[in-house]
Structure formats: structure tokens, C-alpha cells
Design a protein around this ligand. Structure first.
Ligand code: 4AD
Ligand code: MG
Length: 427
């Protein structure tokens, strides 16, 4: 017998079918039991009328506990008031596997309790919607780059190089050497773009973030395009087209999920090019006008990002930060770095960091020395500048920050199936 998934229920109107699902809620009144079923693809209500089933089945239905796996036979009927538009008029119910004392009840639980039970919490309708939207974001990312002539080039996870500074490195023994878990695949994409022109990598990245914030994970997913012969301004064009595409794909394909999350979709529909672009200097001016006294030359934190984002209803690109607050690899432009950060609207923070890379070997070497990095571990990276060095640029988009923004979640812990935080390694 072919397995029937709830999302396909419309194809079976008027037919008697058997569904396998979990019970996520139940309500009874006299001669009726209403079983709320979910199978991960969608939800449907099964109605058990005393007159339609044997007394044993009616009694069994009364005793089914939350998250039991059950099989329900019944006729598919149109039901306009339900989300899926149908319900199942049941004639038989069987228990496949019971579930006693399921810890997550329909009442409210605190975030710590829910995180401890993350492996079960994922079954909730809200978490299911987030997983679906995350999936759509990732699919859109792959489609975008595949449709724009990029080649996927996988970057390694073990690396000898600190790409994003030495303070957030996870160090590990690598036989008789020291290795780090990758903070970013960028350096490898710079090598790759000289091989394939337009490259991107997509994988987990790691940072030993010692602060507990709502925007930082220790393991997060990043997609990193890198393009040969591209400058900082074309890099911003690419980032803008890319983010517009992802957001509009989610709006187009994830309506029911956005509804489950009570997300204001009109705010997302508005995310169309062009996005505002301001320089770091202009960003400082905005902050000062709003009473934030960050001095020129300092980096922005979450508070500053939120204040700046309040001025715009689209993502804002802040470019040309002082070189002193940015990583060694950026192309220098006077005292500024040819860099860009994209800040999401509604206070969701920086979703993209990127820019144009230094293509001059002497300037790059000076930076490596200045920042106390080991020239020896970067010898391969310097080779990219020795053999046919060209201008090139790229960026990294953080998946979890993007999921938080599109789903309207205040904390990144719900944006990834099994989050890794400073104080969380389990489940
Ligand atoms: O701005 P970042 O540090 O840039 C880079 O790593 C570059 N090497 C990327 C490149 O140019 N190829 O990180 C990029 C993005 C941030 O904008 C943010 O969205 C996300 O990665 N991110 C984090 N997300 C969750 N938890 C963390 N600890 C994050 N750190 C960065
Ligand atoms: Mg950054």
C-alpha cells in the first residue's frame, strides 16, 4: 500500500484512506473525539464519531496519548475551516507505538527546558515551520549560485589558518600538529576563484564565541561566494541581488510556515533592490544623531547595528570601515578597508560580511606581519598573489541570522536544528 502523506490529502477527497501520523493534540465532547494528527508534512484533524466506530475503537481513541504513533482509517472530507481544507471522518484507529508522559505538553515551557528537549521540541508545529523555512533558504542559496554560473568548491574544516582573528579559534590536535576548526572558507575560495572564476562554499564554520548573545552560535553555517575580477561595488550588487532572491523565494514558497510563525509577510515582500548603501562615516553620523556616542574608528556591536537598521525598512549595506577594525585580507583604500557589512532590518543584525581582497603581495605580507600571523602557514595563500594576482571579492552570509530574520525569531538558538552554544553541547 502506498504511503499517503497529509500534505497530499487533497488528491483523496471522498476516498477511504489510512494515514500514519503522530497525535499532537486531542479534544473530546460526548460522542466525539477530535484527534489532531501530524506527520511532518502537514496537519489534519480526524473526527471519531461514536456511531461510526466500534465501542472498542471509541474507547481506545479516548486513551491515546500525546505523540503516540497511530494509524487512522477514514474518509477524506472537505472542511473549509481547517488550515489544510480537509478532515478525516474516521472508521478505525490503531496504535503503532505509544508515548507515555511526553515531556513537552501544550502548556508553556521555558527556553532552558525546551533546549534540553530539543530532539523532541523539533516536532512542534512552530519548530517544524522554522525547519521548512531554513530548508527553503538553503535551497534558494544553492539555486541562486548554480543559476549564476558559480561552481561549488568545498572548503576544509581542519585548517592551520586563522581567517577571522585569533580570539575565537577552536584548536584541536592534528597528529603532531595544531589545527583549528574553520572560522570561514574564504581563504580557500580565493584560491578557488582563480581556478573556476566564480566559486562558492557552503558549510559549517566554528567560532569559540565566549559571549552569550542572541546572535552568536559556536557552530554556524555560512555560504561564501568569491569572484575573480570583481570589486567592492560589484560585490555589493551581488549581495543585494542574492538576498532579494532568497527573501522572495521564502515569501513565494513558505506562506503557511510564515503564517504559523505569525510573521509579518508585508515586511518581507518589501525586500526588493536597491538596498540603501552608506559609508562607515555616514553610519557613525546616524549613531551620533541618535545619541549613541561610538567614536570614529571603533567597530559596531549588536546595539549599534540595531540603531542603524531602525533608519531603514530594507537591509542596509555599510561599506568602507576603518582598516584597523577589519581583518588582514581586505584591500586597503586610504585608511579604509574595501569592505561591506549588510545589516538586516528590524534589528536582526549583521547577516553578511565581505569585501574586496588585497591582491598586492607586499601589502598583504605587511598586514600578516602587523597582525602577528605566521607567514609560514599563509605561504599557500600568498601564492595566489604570486601567480597571476587579480582583483577579487566575495562575502559570507550567515544562515542562522538569515533564518532568524525571515522567521522573526529573537534568538538564533531556534534557527538551527541542534544549536551549539557556549553552554550547550547536548543534545
Ligand atoms: O563577518 P564575518 O566574520 O565574515 C567572514 O567570515 C568572511 N571571511 C566571509 C567572507 O567574506 N567570505 O561572518 C560572516 C557572517 C556574519 O555576517 C554573520 O551573519 C555570520 O557570518 N556569523 C555568525 N552567525 C552566527 N554565529 C556566529 N558566531 C557568527 N559569526 C558570524
Ligand atoms: Mg562581520
Amino acid at each position: 500500500m502506498k504511503k499517503i502523506w497529509i500534505k497530499d490529502i487533497k488528491d483523496y477527497e471522498g476516498q477511504e484512506i489510512t494515514l500514519q501520523a503522530w497525535l499532537y493534540n486531542k479534544r473530546s465532547s460526548g460522542k466525539l473525539h477530535f484527534l489532531q494528527l501530524r506527520d511532518g508534512t502537514a496537519e489534519i484533524q480526524a473526527v471519531i464519531f461514536k456511531g461510526n466506530v466500534t465501542p472498542e475503537v471509541f474507547e481506545l481513541a479516548d486513551k491515546i496519548t500525546q505523540e503516540s504513533a497511530i494509524e487512522v482509517k477514514g474518509t477524506v472530507k472537505k472542511h473549509d475551516r481547517s488550515k489544510i481544507g480537509y478532515e478525516l471522518d474516521a472508521t478505525d484507529v490503531k496504535i503503532i507505538s505509544g508515548s507515555d508522559d511526553y515531556p513537552i505538553t501544550p502548556k508553556e515551557h521555558g527556553p532552558h527546558f525546551l533546549m534540553e528537549h530539543r530532539h523532541l521540541w523539533l516536532r512542534s508545529l512552530k519548530q517544524n515551520a522554522i525547519l521548512k523555512i531554513r530548508h527553503r533558504i538553503i535551497k534558494s542559496i544553492r539555486d541562486f549560485f548554480d543559476n549564476h554560473g558559480f561552481t561549488l568548491v568545498d572548503a576544509p574544516i581542519f585548517t592551520p589558518n586563522a581567517c577571522e582573528g585569533s580570539t575565537t579559534l577552536f584548536e584541536t590536535d592534528y597528529f603532531d600538529q595544531k589545527a583549528y576548526l574553520s572560522q570561514s572558507g574564504q581563504l580557500y575560495m580565493e584560491a578557488a576563484c582563480a581556478a573556476v572564476g566564480k566559486a562558492y562554499c557552503f558549510g559549517p564554520t566554528f567560532r569559540a564565541e565566549k559571549s552569550k548573545t542572541r546572535r552568536h552560535l559556536t557552530e554556524f553555517w555560512m555560504v561564501e561566494p568569491e569572484v575573480a575580477y570583481m570589486d567592492i561595488f560589484e560585490d555589493m550588487d551581488l549581495a543585494e541581488e542574492f538576498v532579494e532572491y532568497i527573501v522572495q523565494q521564502v515569501v513565494e514558497h513558505c506562506r503557511p510556515e510564515l503564517e504559523t510563525l505569525e510573521r509579518d509577510v508585508s515586511k518581507l515582500e518589501n525586500i526588493k533592490r536597491p538596498f540603501p548603501r552608506i559609508s562607515y562615516d555616514e553610519a557613525i553620523e546616524i549613531l551620533h544623531k541618535k545619541g549613541n556616542d561610538t567614536p570614529w574608528g571603533e567597530d559596531f556591536g549588536g546595539d549599534e547595528e540595531t540603531l542603524i537598521s531602525e533608519e531603514f525598512d530594507k537591509p542596509v549595506m555599510i561599506h568602507h570601515y576603518p582598516m584597523s577594525v577589519k581583518a588582514f585580507y581586505f584591500k586597503q583604500d586610504g585608511e579604509k578597508a574595501a569592505c561591506v557589512d549588510m545589516i538586516a532590518p528590524e534589528g536582526y543584525g549583521e547577516i553578511i560580511g565581505g569585501g574586496q581582497r588585497e591582491e598586492d603581495i607586499d601589502k598583504l605580507l605587511a598586514k600578516i606581519h602587523e597582525q602577528g600571523l605566521s607567514e609560514e602557514t599563509f605561504d599557500w595563500y600568498l601564492d595566489i598573489r604570486k601567480y597571476g594576482s587579480v582583483p577579487h571579492a566575495g562575502f559570507g552570509l550567515g544562515i542562522e541570522r538569515t533564518v532568524a530574520w525571515l522567521c522573526g525569531l529573537s534568538h538564533v538558538r531556534e534557527t538551527i536544528p541542534f544549536p551549539r552554544l557556549m553552554d550547550r553541547l547536548k543534545p
